[in-house]
Design a protein around this ligand. Structure first.
Ligand code: NAD
Length: 379
């Protein structure tokens, strides 16, 4: 027996949407907070969706594949009454993946005796998944970063970047930045990082990470030294304190804290991870004049392409990866520019501006359903 949760936080703007986490620390408080976060992320990106989240308190690494499948199908048996393409649409989160989404969609379809691909996103391509979903978070973050750098008049060739976390999201943005000509001088994973002031060769690091599953292979062991020239091995704390233009936390939550925020020298922080900066650290960074572009904007590419997947499942017309990325770029850049304008107009931080932006949309939708203000002002 495992304890599981599904929280639908707010559906003012549409069916609720949010991932399913399989992790030993999952609890109701956490799931509820993450569902709140999704509400604001979807509103900030103008997706016609509300916020939800789910999870099971389990260490999936202790389960066999067969047990994992039974757990995934059992979870859907338990929540089938509360989800659906027009009600609540789950997706992957920590330690869940396309295979698990496929089992869950299949289970829901068995219960309702009709194929229902639009009930869940992040599925394998062969079961109605979307092109571009696997790279969406890093790609969306790259579009936001590029738009902001253009606005600040910074050219890629003279802009240095450090990326903490070289996983799904971090490695994708590092590669796109490298391809666009930015100098990615440092990357790291849970075991540490590498630093080369002249810029790292990201494609070869990506190749080694894929074959060895660890950046350690890059730490000047064996033949790798020949590929990654002139680099130093650094700790994650050292990475956060590097003198670079842009810092990208793309690993875990609570990485920039009151204890280390003062050491941050970057001019811009783009939060690819969820919640990498604590509120105390946020104040320290603001006092130092550092712009922090918040997670609910920067990493929203994942949920945006999940939304595209749902649209494709409902219409039955599937898009090319170019179509997906064009639409993603247009939405990410439009909302980033709007949030930046609010920050300028109201003289507030980009994070506060993102919440203002999302709250305005939530407020408009609430009003349109009929509040006293709505009737009095006759909007
Ligand atoms: P992932 O597991 O693929 O990658 C995480 C990376 O961080 C790994 O390389 C890991 O080694 C590294 N890491 C772990 N602890 C570290 C530490 N202390 N210091 C430095 N690196 C460390 O996960 P992901 O999917 O890339 O997600 C990363 C972050 O982005 C998470 O906060 C996640 O919530 C957020 N995010 C991801 C998506 C998505 O679609 N993948 C969407 C929205 C938000």
């Amino acid at each position: 027996m495992f304890q599981g949760y599904r929280v639908r936080y707010d559906d003012t703007r549409g069916p609720t949407k949010g991932g399913i986490r399989f992790h030993p620390d999952v609890n109701l408080d956490e799931v509820q907070s993450l569902a709140f976060w999704m509400t604001f992320k979807c509103a900030a990106l103008n997706l016609p969706l509300g916020g939800a989240k789910g999870g099971v308190t389990v260490n999936p690494k202790e389960l066999s594949k067969f047990e994992l499948e039974r757990l995934s199908r059992g979870y859907i048996d338990a929540i089938a009454n509360f989800i659906g393409p027009d009600v609540d649409i789950p997706a992957p989160d920590v330690y869940t993946n396309p295979m698990i989404m496929g089992w869950m969609m299949d289970q829901y379809s068995i219960i309702y005796r009709k194929l229902s691909p639009a009930v869940i996103t992040g599925k394998p391509l062969s079961m109605g998944g979307s092109q571009g979903r696997d790279t969406a978070t890093g790609t969306g973050a790259f579009y936001v970063l590029q738009a902001m750098m253009t606005r600040f008049g910074k050219s890629p060739q003279t802009t240095t970047v450090a990326v903490q976390g070289f996983g799904n999201a971090g490695s994708v943005i590092a590669r796109l930045l490298f391809d666009a000509g930015y100098k990615v001088v440092a990357v790291s994973d849970s075991q540490g990082g590498v630093y080369a002031p002249g810029g790292l060769d990201i494609p070869s690091i990506q190749q080694f990470k894929t074959s060895t599953r660890s950046l350690k292979a890059v730490y000047c062991e064996g033949t790798v030294c020949n590929i990654v020239q002139d680099h130093a091995v650094i700790t994650n704390d050292e990475l956060l304190a590097l003198d670079v233009d842009i810092l990208i936390p793309a690993a875990l939550e609570n990485q920039i804290t009151a204890a280390n925020a003062d050491a941050v020298k970057a001019r811009y922080v783009f939060e690819v991870a969820n919640g990498p900066t604590t509120s105390e650290a946020d104040d320290v960074l603001a006092a130092k004049g550092i712009y922090v572009f918040p997670d609910i904007l920067v990493n929203a590419g994942g949920v945006t392409v999940s939304y595209f997947e749902w649209v494709q499942n409902r219409s039955g017309l599937y898009w090319s990866v170019e179509d997906v990325n064009d639409r993603l770029k247009s939405m990410m850049v439009t909302e980033a520019e709007r949030i930046w304008k609010i920050a300028q107009d109201l003289d507030i931080r980009p994070r506060t501006a993102a919440y203002v932006h999302a709250l305005e949309r939530l407020g408009d939708a609430l009003n349109a359903k009929g509040t006293r203000d709505y009737y009095v002002s006759g909007i």
